[in-house]
Design a protein around this ligand. Structure first.
Ligand code: GDP
Length: 449
C-alpha cells in the first residue's frame, strides 16, 4: 500500500476528454503541482482562482490556452496539491499537455489513482470511492441518483451507525470477560439479548437496502422461463417494444439464451429469454436447458410464463430451483379466454394475468418490475456485491455469537465472533482492508479518475 499522504511523486492524466469540441480537463496531483503551476503561469497561482493561461511546448510554441485552477492541500479532490487545466477538448492537445507535464516531473496516473489517493488521504471512504466509479458508469437515471447518494455518504453513514451499535455490544461482552466471576450472570442479562436483537434487525434492514442498491447499480436481472410457445418472446418484445431496447445481444439460437436490456423509468432491466425447460433427449436442447437453469440461479427475479389451464403444472418447472430469486407467475394469453388482467399474491409467488398480444395487464407487470428494481424507493443508495457479501458475513458471525451466548455463555468465543463481525463490516468503508482489495477496486476505474 502506498502512503499517499506522503506520496513523493506527482501524477497527471486527462480527466475529461470530450469527443469533439467542449472542454477537456487535465488533472495533476502531488507535491510538484504548485511548482508546475508557477512555471506554466509565470507566477504563483492564487488558490481556487481561475487563471487564463497560455501553455507553451518545450520549443516555446503555444499549445493551448487553458483555464488553470490550483487547489492547495488538503482542500482538494485527492487531499494533495492539485492543479486542474481546462483546455480545448482536442485529444491531441490534451495528450501533448500531459506529455509536457510529464517532462516537468509528473508521471502518468494509473487507473483510479486520483480517487485512490483521495481514499488514502481520508477524503472519501472506500464505499464512497466505489460510488465515484458507479456514478461515472451509471446506466440509468435511478442508478446515477443512487450512486450520488452513496458518494455523498448516505450508505457509509448507515454502515457507521451499525458499526457503532456492534462496538457497543462488543464492549458489553468484553467487559463481562474481564470480570470472570460475574461473567455468567452478566451474559445472561436480557439486555444483552435485546441489544443483539436490535443489532440484527438493523443489519437485516441494511442488507435488504444494500441488495436493492446492487440492483440499482447493476440493473435487475429478470429470467423469463416457461414451456415453448407460451409467449415468452412475445412478452419480451412487448416489454422492450414500448421502451426502446438499449442493448440487444443474441447469443446463439433460440435454444440458447437471448438477452435484452431495457430501461424502464431510468432503471436497467435485463431480460433473459430462456429455452423451454422441459426434459429433452436432444443434446443441444439439453445444453440450452442447463444454461437456462444457470441463468435462473443468477437472476434476481424469475418470470414463469404460462397460460390458462397449465399454470399449476408449469410451476413444477421451478420446483427444484433455489428459491433465492423472487418468482412471479405470468399467466399469458388472457385475450383468448376473456379473463380480466390482474395481480394477486398466492403463497410465495406473485401472480399476474395479462396478454402479450393485446397488451392488457402489461402496465401492471412494468409496475411490478419497477418495485423489484427499487427505482421508486425514496433515498435509495447504490452498492456493490462486495458490500452485500460483507454484510452477509457480519450476519453469519452475529448468528454464531448469539448461538454461543445462548447455548454456553462462553463470552470469549462470542467476543471473537463479534470481533470478526466488526472486521467484516469495516471492509465496506475500508477502515479495515485486506491488501489486495484496493488493487481490485481501483484497478477497475478509468485513467484520470
Ligand atoms: P415462446 O416460445 O414462449 O417464446 O412463445 P412465442 O412468444 O414465440 O409465442 C408462441 C405463440 O403464441 C405465437 O404464435 C404467439 O403469437 C402466440 N402468443 C404469444 N402471446 C400471446 C397472447 O398474449 N395471446 C395470444 N392469443 N397469443 C399469444
Amino acid at each position: 500500500m502506498t502512503d499517499a499522504l506522503h506520496a513523493t511523486d506527482t501524477i497527471a492524466a486527462i480527466t475529461t476528454a470530450p469527443g469533439a469540441g467542449g472542454v477537456g480537463v487535465v488533472r495533476v496531483s502531488g507535491p510538484l503541482a504548485p511548482a508546475i503551476a508557477s512555471v506554466l503561469l509565470g507566477r504563483e497561482p492564487q488558490p481556487r482562482h481561475a487563471h487564463l493561461c497560455r501553455i507553451h511546448d518545450a520549443d516555446g510554441e503555444v499549445l493551448d490556452q487553458v483555464l488553470l485552477l490550483y487547489f492547495p492541500a488538503p482542500h482538494s479532490y485527492t487531499g494533495e496539491d492539485v492543479l486542474e487545466l481546462q483546455g480545448h477538448g482536442s485529444r491531441v492537445l490534451l495528450d501533448m499537455l500531459v506529455q509536457r507535464l510529464c517532462r516537468m516531473g509528473a508521471r502518468l496516473a494509473r487507473p483510479g489513482e486520483f480517487t485512490e489517493r483521495a481514499f488514502l488521504n481520508g477524503k472519501l471512504d472506500l464505499a464512497q470511492a466505489e460510488a465515484v466509479a458507479d456514478l461515472i458508469g451509471a446506466r440509468s437515471r435511478a442508478g446515477a441518483r443512487a450512486a450520488l447518494r452513496s458518494l455523498e455518504g448516505v450508505f457509509s453513514e448507515r454502515v457507521q451507525a451499525l458499526l457503532e451499535a456492534l462496538i457497543a455490544l462488543r464492549m458489553h461482552v468484553e467487559a463481562a470477560i474481564d470480570f470472570p466471576e460475574e461473567e455468567i450472570d452478566f451474559l445472561a442479562d436480557p439486555a444483552i439479548a435485546e441489544q443483539m436483537q436490535r443489532l440484527r434487525r438493523q443489519l437485516l434492514r441494511l442488507l435488504e437496502e444494500t441488495r436493492r442498491g446492487v440492483r440499482l447499480n447493476d440493473g435487475l436481472s429478470v429470467a423469463i422461463i416457461g414451456r415453448p410457445n407460451v409467449g415468452k418472446s412475445s412478452l419480451l418484445n412487448a416489454l422492450a417494444g414500448a421502451e426502446r431496447a438499449i442493448v440487444t445481444d443474441i447469443a446463439g439460437t433460440t435454444r440458447d439464451v437471448l438477452r435484452e436490456s431495457l430501461e424502464l423509468d431510468g432503471q436497467v432491466i435485463e431480460l433473459l429469454d430462456t429455452a423451454g425447460m422441459r426434459d429433452s433427449q436432444d443434446p443441444i436442447e439439453r445444453e440450452g436447458v442447463r444454461r437456462a437453469r444457470e441463468h435462473l440461479a443468477r437472476a434476481d427475479l424469475a418470470l414463469l410464463v404460462t397460460d390458462a389451464g397449465h399454470a399449476e403444472g408449469d410451476l413444477a418447472l421451478l420446483a427444484d430451483q433455489d428459491p433465492g430469486a423472487a418468482r412471479v407467475v405470468v399467466v399469458n394469453k388472457i385475450d383468448r379466454d376473456g379473463r380480466e388482467p390482474g395481480r394477486e399474491r398466492r403463497g410465495d409467488s406473485e401472480w399476474l394475468w395479462l396478454s402479450a398480444r393485446s397488451g392488457e395487464g402489461l402496465d401492471t407487470l412494468r409496475g411490478l418490475l419497477r418495485e423489484y428494481a427499487g427505482s421508486d424507493a425514496e433515498g435509495a443508495f447504490s452498492a456493490r456485491r462486495r458490500h452485500v457479501q460483507a454484510l452477509e458475513a457480519v450476519a453469519a458471525h452475529l448468528n454464531r455469537a448469539e448461538e454461543t451466548l445462548n447455548a454456553t455463555r462462553a463470552g470469549e468465543l462470542a467476543a471473537e465472533d463479534l470481533r470478526l463481525a466488526q472486521r467484516a463490516l469495516s471492509e465496506i468503508t475500508g477502515a479495515y482492508h485486506p491488501d489486495d482489495l484496493l488493487g481490485a477496486i481501483f484497478g477497475s476505474f478509468c485513467i484520470g479518475k
